[in-house]
Write a protein that binds this ligand. Structure first.
Ligand code: NAP
Length: 260
């Protein structure tokens, strides 16, 4: 059970629930007693997940939705609110990595549509109800690439930097409202996305920033609804922006060396 947020009986929506971190979050939240609605595009994977979720929390369900279609996503969130009376927790986990087969502006737009605008649309859709009830939490899953951009990932890094900035600015405006906005930084996790980046040529990240799905999920369940905006899976990555500000030349040489 969460130390700071009652998960038992909470209505939780998790995007990106068909695989990796999102799938783990959805399962762990259901085991903690939340009613979970898992959202993603791949129907077969969601059907398997739904079976698993219902064993732990019988009203849980899954819904097929592409979060980059923001109208469809916000309509879905409205339906969930009407069906369950509220949404207590939204985890905007759905995300895509740097496209390897796309170039030009369209690549940047498509990454922003999922990683940034999907999460922004979700946050803005559930926030009014949460503020009215003076209770709720939104977790936007960012990346260390957002605060310490990685070479070879300009679209991904920019989308996550935008998501972090959006969440932090919004959080400052609602402090004391009873609603908690968080940015989750998972470190590097060997999911389809994490392992795919390494297979695609990214150097294996150092041990200090490697985490498992289980570790990141445990941290999320412990910290959600707490006072801290950032939920950090690794300390090292938290220090990267400090080095970047204090010794930018040295920092960039270090990042280039670590990635080549
Ligand atoms: N793994 C890491 O090292 C790492 C590090 C930092 C941050 N992150 C972040 O963690 C989050 C989860 O990634 P992961 O590592 O667990 O990778 P993953 O296994 O590839 O999961 C990505 C999830 O996002 C869903 N998704 C992608 N585009 C979507 C869309 N348009 N609409 C709805 N769902 C969509 C995918 O489901 P469908 O394909 O079925 O839609 C999948 O469930 C991402 O936001 C990622 O940027 C990961």
């Amino acid at each position: 059970m969460s130390r700071s947020f009652e998960l038992n009986g909470a209505i939780a929506v998790v995007t990106g629930a068909s695989s990796g971190l999102g799938r783990r979050f959805a399962g762990d939240l259901a085991r903690a007693g939340a009613v979970v609605v898992g959202v993603a595009r791949r129907r077969e994977l969601l059907e398997e997940l739904e079976e698993q979720l219902r064993k732990a929390s019988s009203p849980s369900a899954t819904r097929v939705c592409d979060v980059s279609h923001t109208e469809a996503f916000t309509t879905l969130l409205g339906e969930i609110e009407r069906e369950h009376g509220r949404v207590d927790l939204l985890v905007n986990d759905a995300g895509v990595g740097e496209p390897r087969d796309e170039e030009g502006l369209s690549k940047y737009r498509s990454v922003m549509d999922t990683n940034y605008f999907g999460a922004v649309a979700g946050t803005l859709a559930v926030l009014p109800g949460m503020l009215e009830r003076r209770r709720g939490a939104v977790v936007n899953v960012s990346s260390d690439s957002g605060r310490a951009p990685s070479p070879g990932e300009p679209a991904y890094s920019a989308s996550k930097a935008a998501l972090s900035a959006f969440t932090e600015a919004l959080a400052m405006g609602i402090e004391g409202s009873g609603v908690h906005l968080h940015v989750l930084y998972p470190g590097w996790v060997p999911t389809a996305m994490g392992s795919g980046a390494v297979e695609g040529g990214m150097r294996m990240p150092p041990k200090a920033v490697r985490r498992t799905e289980e570790q990141v999920s445990r941290l999320l369940l412990e910290r959600v609804g707490g006072r801290r905006l950032d939920i950090d899976a690794t300390v090292v990555a938290r220090l990267a922006p400090v080095a970047r500000a204090l010794v930018p030349g040295l920092y960039r040489r270090g990042v280039r060396a670590a990635s080549s």
